[in-house]
Design a protein around this ligand. Structure first.
Ligand SMILES: [Zn+2]
Length: 234
């Protein structure tokens, strides 16, 4: 014979199923979430690109400095090799030499900046790759744990669902229909206990004396007037 207790038990079971489904979908979301590894890889890749870029700039700057030094040597050869015959040319060459000398100083300063940048980038890259290795290892271990959780939660869920089938078997279809309808409308909770003899455990509203009597005498489902939940009198 059908009994409201069965609906109450169904409600308890459905709440467990709801919670487990939520937990399982959370587990699956975490299993699919590679964002930490992706972010660490991205950081490492960005620094690698920067390292290549600064290395190229450094080489170019080194070539510039070498070229300037070559020019300086040639000017020195002219200045001190006895090839210059007049003061005007001597002054002009000396001026050119001073200009090149200044440019060398400037370019060497820039080169030093670049070398420091290369060093900083190398250090940052080393740290990023170390962090990436750590994140990847953690992720691998975490995935193992998550996969185990997923397996366990799936199995538990199947067990609860087959329990649900057994539990609903003797329940009249019209009761199940009401149960499902109220459950959908009331945040997953269709059955409420009658508490303290006259209060709906769902909406906490006290039933009138006549309603309470009707609820207790009901030969079928009795729904709370206020929240429409099925009242269960333990
Ligand atoms: Zn109620």
């Amino acid at each position: 014979m059908a009994d409201i207790r069965q609906l109450f038990e169904l409600q308890e079971l459905d709440l467990k199923i709801d919670a487990l489904e939520k937990a399982l979908s959370g587990t699956r979301a975490r299993l699919a979430d590679e964002s930490a590894v992706t972010a660490a890889r991205q950081k490492s890749a960005t620094l690698k690109a920067r390292q290549r870029d600064t290395a190229v700039k450094r080489s170019a700057k080194e070539r510039d400095v070498a070229e300037l030094k070559g020019r300086l040597n040639k000017l020195d050869e002219r200045l001190y090799g006895g090839a210059i015959k007049n003061v005007k040319e001597m002054t002009a060459t000396q001026g050119e030499r001073d200009g090149v000398q200044h440019e060398i100083i400037r370019e060497e300063e820039a080169l030093l900046e670049l070398m420091l940048d290369v060093e900083d980038t190398q250090e940052a890259l080393r740290e990023a790759e170390e962090a990436l290795g750590k994140v990847e290892a953690e992720r691998k271990a975490h995935k193992v744990t998550l996969a185990e959780s997923e397996k366990r939660q799936s199995a538990d869920l199947s067990a609860l669902k087959s329990q649900r089938e057994t539990l609903t078997e003797p329940v009249p279809p019209r009761w199940l229909y009401t149960y499902d309808t109220v459950r959908k409308a009331k945040g997953g909770v269709a059955v409420a206990k009658l508490e303290r003899g006259n209060m709906c455990g769902g909406c906490r509203i006290t039933l009138s004396t006549s309603e309470t009597q009707k609820a207790k005498a009901a030969d079928g489902l009795f729904q709370c007037n206020s929240c429409k939940r099925i009242l269960y009198i333990a």
